[in-house]
Design a protein around this ligand. Structure first.
Ligand code: HEM
Length: 915
C-alpha cells in the first residue's frame, strides 16, 4: 500500500513537472538547462536562489532580453517570454511563451519554498522549538505548540479543556469565533486577537538602530535613530506630491463646493482604480492592527523637523511642533537566549515585540468583530437578526452608548471603524448588503424546501441531519460570515491581486493558488489534494514543507483536504487536517505591515460622477472631506452606485516616491490634544517601522532572499531609454536620496550581514564591492518604505515593488494554508450546501462566463463584478464591459496585458483620458 502510494506520488510528480515545463526545455537551445536538471533547494540561506538564474536558463526562457539584465539586482523572470505585454511574446507556435510563463512560475515556487524554509520567526515563544525540535520531531514539522493554548482569562478556557489537554470541539468549532480562537482545533489561541506579530527576518537583525549586534553596528555605524535621518524631512523631500497648481489643491483640501477646478496632481497607476486602493485598506483592517481601539501608547513624542532651521522647515513644509503618540509595545525587556547543538546562540524572540490587536485570520473581522467590544458595534436587524441592520440600504450611524473611540462619532456602525473615509464606507455597505443577500437566499430556500438537508451539521450531534428550517438566526448569521469571508478571500486572490500584478505569470500563479494549476480537472486536482494533505502530515521536513508547497499549488490551496474520501466531522484530523503552518504558528510578521504601507494609492480628490452621465466629472471631492463621520453623509447623499462609478473609473495613485497624498501629510488629529494636532502620515510610515525594528531596505532584501543594491544608482531602471523623461526623473530621485541619506568612506574590514555572501563567497562588507576607503552611498540606511517606493525596475504591470511582492509570496499563501475554513473545513457541514455553491460559483445562480477571452483566457465573470451586480444592480450597464472590477472601468484593456491609458468604445468623451 505504501509502495503504491509512492508510485502515485512519483507519477503525479512527473506529470506536474512535465506541465511545469520540462517538455518545453527539450528544444535545442534549452538542452543545457534540461541536462543540468532541477536546481536543488538551498540547504542554508547563504545558498539562496535570489530570483537569479544561470545564463542558459535565461536564454531558454527569454533569449537576449532575459540575458541582458542578468547583472542587475532585480529578479529575472520579469524578462522571460510573455511576461510583459504583447511585445514580450515569442514567435507563434514556438512554445516560447509557454517556456517563459512556466519558467516564471517555477522561479516563484522556488522563492516560496525558500521563504517557508528561511523566513519564519515566531515571537510567541515557539521559536526555540522551531530551531531545536521537540521530542525527536524536527521544528519545521511541529504542528502543535503549548504556547498556543488558551490562557485562563480566555472566555473559552474551560470549554477547550482548561489546564488539562486542550482541544476545541462542539460549538467552538462550528463557525469563526469572534476572537479568532479555535480555528485550529489543537492550537486554540493561534491567530486570535492580541497574539504577537511574528517576523520574516532573523530575530537578531531586528531593531538595527539599537546596535545590538556587531553586524548591525558595522552596517550603520551609529547613523540611525528614531529621528535620524529625520522622518519629516524624508517625507517632505522624498514623499511629497509635487503640485503644479498648489492653490487649486490646498494641501488636499480642494476648492469650495467640490469645485471641478480643484486640482491635486498625483502619479497615476494606469491599470488600477481607486476601488483597489480602498479595497486594500479594507483588507488590512481585517488582518492586523497595531493600534488598540484607535490608540497607541500614551506617551507623546516629536516626529522630527527639528534638525533644520525655522526658515528651512517653513520652506520644506515640515512642522517641528508635530507630536504623535508612541507605538504600543508588548515586550521591551531583553529576550532570553538559547543554543543549538553546534553552540550557536539564538534569541527566543525579537528585541521588542508588538501585539496584533485584531484576529490574524481572513475572517472579515472588520465587519463582524474581533472581540466583545467590536462585536457590540455590529448592528443586527431586529426584524431578522441573521441580517445586518440596513436603513434604506445603508449601515446605521453609531448611537450614544456604543463602545467607540470618540473620534468615530457620527460614522456608520462598523466593527473596525478607524481611519474611516468614503472608500471604507463603500466596502462596508456593499458587504453588509451581500451578507443580507445570502441570508435572503437561504430564507427563500427554507420557504421552498423547509425539510430538506441544508448540509450543516452540529458537531455535538453529527449524525442528525439539519433541515433548512432548523437553522437559527444566530447560526445563519455565522454561516453568512463564513461565506462573506471566503468571497473576500477569493476576490482578493484572483481579482485584486491579478490586477495589482498585471501580467501572465501572476494571473496563472494566483488562479493556481485558488483553484489549482489544472482548473477544472477535478480528478487530478483531487488526487493532488490528497497527496498534499498526506505530505503535510509528514514529520519529515522536506515532505511536510517543500513538497507540500509544490503539490498544494498544483491542487489549489482553497478547499485543500475538504475532498478527502470519507471526510467525517467527528474526526479531528479531517476537520483540521488540510492546514499546514510549516512549523511556525500563523500570524502576520511585522514586515507584512510594512509592505502594506500603501498610502500613495489614495488620491487627494475623487472625481465624482453620476450614473446618469458617467462620462462627465460632476465635482472634485476631497477625500479628507469624507474623513471619519463626514463619509457617512457623503455616502448617503451621493449614493453607493455613484461612488462605485466614481472610484471605479478613477485611477489610483502609483506606488512611487513623490506620491503620498497631501491631505495625509496634513491630517487633522484632534485626539492628540497636543502640538499642531496634525499628523504627517508619510513621516509616520517611516517612524513606525523604526519603532518596530524593521530592518532597513538593503538588509530587508538580503534577509528575504533578494539581491542587494550597491548604490542609489541601482534604483534606476535600465530598461528605460537613457534620454527619456522617466530616466531623468529617476536620476533626480537618486540625487535626492544621496542628499537625504548621505555617503560615507567605506571600510572593507567590516562585515555587515550574515544573510548572504558576496559573489566570490566572501562576507559582504561595508564597501559593497567598491574599493576600500572610497566614498559609498549610505544605501544601508534607506528606510524600507522609501526603498520599495524607489524601485523603478518592476515586473510588467506590477503596481508594487518586487521587494514587497516577496513579502506577499509567503504570507498570501500562508493565510490560506493555515486556515481550516479555507481548507479542510470548507464543506457544507460548516458553510451549508448553498454557502459552498455561493463561494464556488460567485453567487446563487451558477457559474457565468465572461465574453471573449480576456488576455487569452476563458474566464468566469469575476467574483466582485457578480457581487456588485447583486448589491448595486443599477451598475449593470456600466459593468457590462468591465472584466476586472479593479481595472479602471472605462479603460480599453487592449489585447494582452496592455498598460495603455485609452478609453474603451463609448467612453471617448470621458475627460479623465485627457488628463
Ligand atoms: C483615507 C485614507 C487613509 C487614512 C486617513 C489613513 C490613515 C492612517 C493613519 C493615521 C495611520 C497611522 C496610525 C499610527 O501608526 O498611529 C495609518 C496606518 C496605516 N495605514 Fe493608512 N490611511 C488611509 C489609507 C490607507 C490605505 C489605502 C492603506 C493601504 C493598505 C493603508 C495602510 C495603512 C497601514 C498598513 C498602516 C499601519 C497600520 C498598523 O500599524 O497597524 N492606509 N493610516
Amino acid at each position: 500500500m505504501k509502495r503504491l502510494h509512492w508510485i502515485i506520488i512519483a507519477s503525479v510528480a512527473l506529470s506536474l513537472l512535465v506541465t511545469l515545463g520540462i517538455l518545453y526545455w527539450l528544444p535545442p537551445d534549452c538542452a543545457q538547462v534540461a541536462a543540468a536538471g532541477f536546481r536543488p533547494i538551498a540547504g542554508n540561506r547563504l545558498q539562496r536562489f535570489l530570483g537569479k538564474v544561470p545564463k542558459a536558463t535565461a536564454g531558454c526562457r527569454g533569449d537576449g532580453n532575459a540575458i541582458q539584465f542578468l547583472a542587475t539586482p532585480w529578479v529575472d523572470w520579469q524578462n522571460y517570454w510573455g511576461a510583459g505585454d504583447a511585445h514580450s511574446k515569442g514567435r507563434p507556435g514556438s512554445g516560447e511563451d509557454q517556456r517563459g510563463a512556466l519558467g516564471a512560475l517555477s522561479d516563484l515556487e522556488y522563492q516560496r519554498i525558500e521563504l517557508i524554509r528561511f523566513n519564519l520567526f515566531d515571537n510567541n515563544g515557539t521559536y526555540e522549538q522551531y530551531v531545536l525540535g521537540r521530542a525527536g520531531v524536527p521544528g519545521p514539522s511541529l504542528k502543535v505548540w503549548p504556547e498556543m493554548r488558551l490562557a485562563p482569562g480566555s472566555p473559552h478556557y474551560r470549554e477547550v479543556g482548561g489546564d488539562g489537554p486542550q482541544l476545541c470541539r462542539g460549538d467552538l468549532i462550528r463557525f469563526r469565533t469572534v476572537d479568532g480562537a479555535c480555528n485550529d482545533l489543537r492550537n486554540p489561541a493561534m491567530g486570535s486577537t492580541h497574539q504577537l506579530f511574528g517576523r520574516m527576518v532573523d530575530l537578531d537583525d531586528t531593531f538595527p538602530d539599537l546596535g545590538r549586534t556587531e553586524l548591525s553596528r558595522n552596517r550603520h555605524e551609529g547613523r540611525l535613530g528614531l529621528l535620524q535621518p529625520d522622518p519629516q524631512i524624508v517625507s517632505r523631500r522624498l514623499l511629497t506630491r509635487l503640485q503644479t497648481h498648489p492653490n487649486e489643491c490646498r494641501d488636499g483640501q480642494g476648492l469650495a463646493g467640490d469645485s471641478k477646478d480643484a486640482d491635486c496632481d498625483y502619479r497615476k497607476a494606469n491599470t488600477l482604480n481607486v476601488l483597489a486602493a480602498f479595497w486594500i485598506q479594507f483588507m488590512t483592517h481585517d488582518w492586523f492592527s497595531h493600534l488598540d481601539e484607535g490608540h497607541n501608547a500614551p506617551q507623546m513624542e516629536h516626529t522630527g523637523c527639528q534638525s533644520v532651521s525655522a526658515a528651512e522647515a517653513a520652506k520644506l513644509g515640515c512642522r517641528p511642533d508635530d507630536v504623535m503618540d508612541r507605538a504600543l509595545a508588548a515586550d521591551s525587556g531583553d529576550p532570553a537566549r538559547f543554543r543549538d547543538v553546534s553552540g550557536r546562540e539564538y534569541l527566543t524572540r525579537a528585541w521588542k515585540t508588538t501585539s496584533n490587536n485584531v484576529t490574524a485570520w481572513w475572517d472579515a473581522s472588520q465587519l463582524y468583530g474581533y472581540d466583545a467590544n467590536s462585536r457590540r458595534r455590529v448592528k443586527r436587524d431586529p426584524k431578522d437578526s441573521a441580517k445586518f441592520l440596513l436603513v434604506g440600504g445603508y449601515l446605521p450611524v453609531f448611537r450614544t452608548g456604543d463602545p467607540i473611540n470618540p473620534a468615530w462619532g457620527g460614522q456608520e456602525a462598523a466593527a473596525f471603524p478607524d481611519n474611516w473615509s468614503i472608500g471604507l464606507s463603500f466596502f462596508h455597505n456593499v458587504f453588509a448588503r451581500e451578507h443580507n443577500a445570502f441570508v435572503s437566499a437561504f430564507r427563500e430556500q427554507t420557504a421552498r424546501t423547509p425539510d430538506a438537508d441544508c448540509g450543516l451539521r452540529d458537531p455535538s450531534r453529527p449524525e442528525q441531519m439539519v433541515r433548512y428550517r432548523d437553522v437559527t438566526s444566530d447560526e445563519l448569521f455565522e454561516v453568512a460570515r463564513l461565506v462573506i469571508a471566503a468571497e473576500i478571500a477569493k476576490i482578493h486572490t484572483i481579482e485584486w491581486t491579478t490586477q495589482l500584478l498585471y501580467d501572465e505569470p501572476l494571473y496563472r500563479a494566483m488562479n493556481a493558488n485558488w483553484s489549482g494549476l489544472f482548473g477544472t480537472d477535478r480528478e487530478l486536482s483531487g488526487l493532488l489534494q490528497t497527496i498534499a494533505a498526506r505530505l503535510g502530515a509528514s514529520q519529515r521536513v522536506a515532505e511536510a514543507n517543500q513538497w507540500y508547497s509544490v503539490f498544494a499549488s498544483g491542487a489549489g490551496i482553497f478547499g485543500l483536504g475538504s475532498t478527502k474520501p470519507n471526510w467525517n466531522i467527528r474526526n479531528v484530523d479531517d476537520v483540521n487536517g488540510g492546514t499546514n503552518h510549516f512549523g511556525s504558528p500563523f500570524n502576520f510578521p511585522e514586515e507584512f505591515v510594512t509592505a502594506y504601507r500603501l498610502h500613495p494609492m489614495v488620491p487627494d480628490l475623487i472625481e465624482f460622477r453620476e450614473l446618469g452621465d458617467p462620462d462627465a466629472i460632476a465635482g472634485m471631492v476631497p477625500v479628507v472631506k469624507t474623513f471619519r463621520g463626514l463619509a457617512t453623509e457623503r455616502m448617503r447623499s451621493g449614493g453607493l452606485a455613484n461612488w462605485a462609478l466614481s472610484m471605479g473609473r478613477q485611477r489610483c495613485g502609483a506606488l512611487t516616491l513623490y506620491n503620498h497624498p497631501a491631505f495625509l501629510q496634513n491630517l487633522p488629529m484632534p485626539r492628540l490634544h497636543a502640538g499642531t494636532n496634525l499628523a504627517d502620515v508619510a513621516a509616520l510610515d517611516i517612524l513606525r517601522d523604526r519603532e518596530r525594528g524593521v530592518p532597513r531596505f538593503n538588509e530587508f532584501r538580503r534577509q528575504l532572499g533578494l539581491r542587494q543594491l550597491t548604490s542609489f544608482d541601482d534604483f534606476v531602471d535600465i530598461h528605460t531609454e537613457p534620454d527619456s523623461a522617466d530616466r531623468a526623473s529617476q536620476n533626480t530621485m537618486v540625487r535626492t536620496l544621496r542628499e537625504v541619506y548621505g555617503q560615507h568612506k567605506c571600510d572593507a574590514a567590516k562585515i555587515i550581514t550574515g544573510a548572504q555572501l558576496a559573489g566570490d563567497g566572501s562576507g559582504i562588507n561595508d564597501c559593497l564591492g567598491h574599493p576600500d576607503g572610497s566614498m559609498v552611498d549610505n544605501i544601508e540606511d534607506v528606510d524600507t518604505v522609501v526603498g520599495f517606493l524607489a524601485e523603478s525596475t518592476r515586473p510588467h504591470g506590477f503596481a508594487i515593488s518586487e521587494t514587497q511582492f516577496q513579502v506577499f509570496i509567503l504570507n498570501a499563501s500562508r493565510r490560506l494554508f493555515s486556515d481550516r475554513f479555507f481548507t479542510s473545513s470548507f464543506r457544507p457541514e460548516f458553510y451549508t450546501s448553498l454557502g459552498v455553491r455561493w463561494v464556488n460559483d460567485n453567487g446563487p445562480d451558477g457559474k457565468q462566463m465572461e465574453r471573449g477571452t480576456p488576455n487569452g483566457h476563458q474566464q468566469e465573470v469575476s467574483p466582485l463584478k457578480r457581487l456588485l451586480l447583486r448589491t448595486i444592480p443599477e451598475l449593470a450597464p456600466e459593468l457590462h464591459s468591465v472584466v476586472n472590477v479593479f481595472d479602471p472601468w472605462a479603460r480599453d484593456r487592449g489585447n494582452y496585458y496592455s498598460l495603455d491609458w485609452k478609453p474603451r468604445r463609448g467612453a471617448q468623451s470621458d475627460p479623465a483620458f485627457r488628463r
